[in-house]
Write a protein that binds this ligand. Structure first.
Ligand code: GTP
Ligand code: MG
Length: 440
């Protein structure tokens, strides 16, 4: 996996904090220290790391979690949001239309390889690309692009000594192709020679997109470089290559996003298929590997949807859902520790230990239900194998325990139906207790 070290450090840190009973200041501070260490090791700029830490600390401690979210979930969501914003905010959109794309970048950054990868990407999307080799500077550069084209079955054109002329000839030749991709020459630095050549090339091509190609191991210099190229030829996107070869790629991703150069693709290997469209949301989700991030995000989305909350009310009035089950557990818990409550019932004697077991069970089930989305709680029949797996990951319960919860809920539902509705809420404690297997 790309940025494996950063990923495992982040997921360890999150696991540590979410494994605690509750999230307090000490827990947040410890998490922030772990997070800072992990990001600095991935070479992310110190200033960015401190700004991010401050926002996470502030939001985790002072923001009220939205209704339905626990403090822990709120913190995980905050960390996710802030990392997405650090590593690129929005996904770089790639239009699937007829267009001309120019690739620019320094020596050996991966331009020619990326040109072929990009062509392959468009083939997969059902478009007809073509490759143009405008690197007349480096010997063998033209053969390289022709070979790559042959390898992926895409026509190519690479002839002549003047890049702009090659480009103009190719535009005519490939007028029937959908996407024409122009590879350009690199230099050690963005010197006057390269600057002049790229300006002319851009004038000759009039590209729809200019992608800057930078290797991930360039680190924080990525921001400065994308700014320089942007000033010169106006880049519309960035391809970060060689993400597979460095633990420091966090720097390139974050410094590009800070100069507002959207990262469109990342290169994750030398082969033509080792290329991914970059979406910071998906990237961060994969990176932090939090058990049930998907469920959590769905839940956060649902909170923003008042219609769902309304429909929840109406659905709940008609049938007994896991949501009701949850609320019953909550209401029992509000009465205080079971032992104390039971002691108030005269003449009741229970075998030692029974209540502790029940109490632990209820706490576990509550945990599992915290990992469910509202939709799932209202429609428990949705919860099939893959969701059970996710809920199990999110709550730390075994899959069997989640299944046991659902079984218990099913039994309760049947019992309720037999008793004629869901009047239990208004019913006595004895009835409630019975539901959880406690005979009163
Ligand atoms: N591991 C890895 N290697 C890559 C990646 N992209 C490119 N490379 C390698 O980087 C080297 C340089 O790639 P090129 O595509 O020739 O770079 P270039 O920018 O065209 O180089 P010049 O034309 O000389 O400026 C090659 O050995 C590629 O195989 C990547 O994503 N991962
Ligand atoms: Mg090249």
């Amino acid at each position: 996996m790309v940025l494996e070290k950063l990923g495992s450090a982040l997921s360890d840190a999150l696991r540590k904090v979410t494994g605690r009973g509750f999230v307090d200041k000490a827990a947040v501070d410890e998490f922030i220290r772990d997070l800072q260490r992990a990001l600095l090791q991935a070479d992310v700029d110190v200033k960015l790391v401190f700004e991010l830490s401050n926002r996470i600390r502030e939001r985790s401690l002072n923001e009220r979690p939205a209704a339905g979210m626990t403090a822990k979930e709120h913190m995980v969501k905050t960390v996710y949001d802030e990392l997405v914003s650090l590593l690129g905010k929005e996904a770089g959109n790639v239009e699937l239309k007829k267009q001309k794309i120019l690739l620019v970048g320094l020596y050996g950054s991966g331009k020619t390889t990326s040109a072929a990868k990009l062509a392959r990407f468009f083939v997969r999307k059902g478009l007809k690309p073509a490759l143009v080799g405008c690197d007349t500077f480096r010997p063998a550069a033209q053969e390289q692009i022709i070979q790559l084209g042959d390898q992926i079955g895409v026509p190519s054109y690479a002839q002549g000594k003047d890049p702009s002329r090659t480009a103009s000839e190719a535009i005519e030749k490939f007028s029937d192709r959908d996407v024409v991709i122009f590879d350009s020459a690199g230099r050690n630095a963005l010197d006057a020679g390269l600057a002049g050549e790229l300006k002319n090339l851009k004038d000759a091509i009039k590209p729809d997109e200019v992608f800057l190609v930078i290797p991930a191991d360039i680190g924080q210099a990525a921001g400065k470089q994308s700014e320089e190229f942007s000033r010169l030829v106006g880049i519309t996107g960035v391809i970060v290559t060689k993400m597979d070869g460095t633990a420091k790629g966090g720097a390139a991703l974050s410094s590009c996003s800070i100069v507002n150069a959207p990262i469109k693709f990342i290169g994750v290997g030398e082969k033509v298929d080792e290329f991914e469209q970059y979406d910071p949301k998906r990237f961060v989700a994969r990176l932090i590997g939090y058990g049930d991030l998907q469920g959590l995000l769905e839940k956060a989305e649902e909170i923003k949807t008042p219609e769902l909350a309304k429909s929840a009310d109406s659905i709940m009035s008609g049938k007994y859902s896991l949501q009701d089950f949850y609320e019953q557990i909550e209401s029992i818990k509000k009465m205080g520790p079971l032992k104390q409550v039971m002691q108030m019932i005269p003449g009741l004697k229970l075998p030692e230990g029974v209540l502790d077991v029940q109490e632990r069970q209820m706490a576990k089930w509550k945990n599992a239900m915290d990992s469910m989305t509202t939709k799932e709680k209202l429609n428990p029949e949705l919860i099939e194998a893959s969701r059970i797996k996710r809920i199990s990951k999110g709550s730390g319960l075994k899959e069997d325990e989640v299944k046991e919860l659902i079984k218990h809920y099913d039994r309760t539902k049947k019992m309720m139906r037999m008793m004629g509705g869901k009047n239990l809420k208004r019913g006595g404690f004895a009835q409630l207790a019975k539901q959880f297997g406690i005979k009163v």
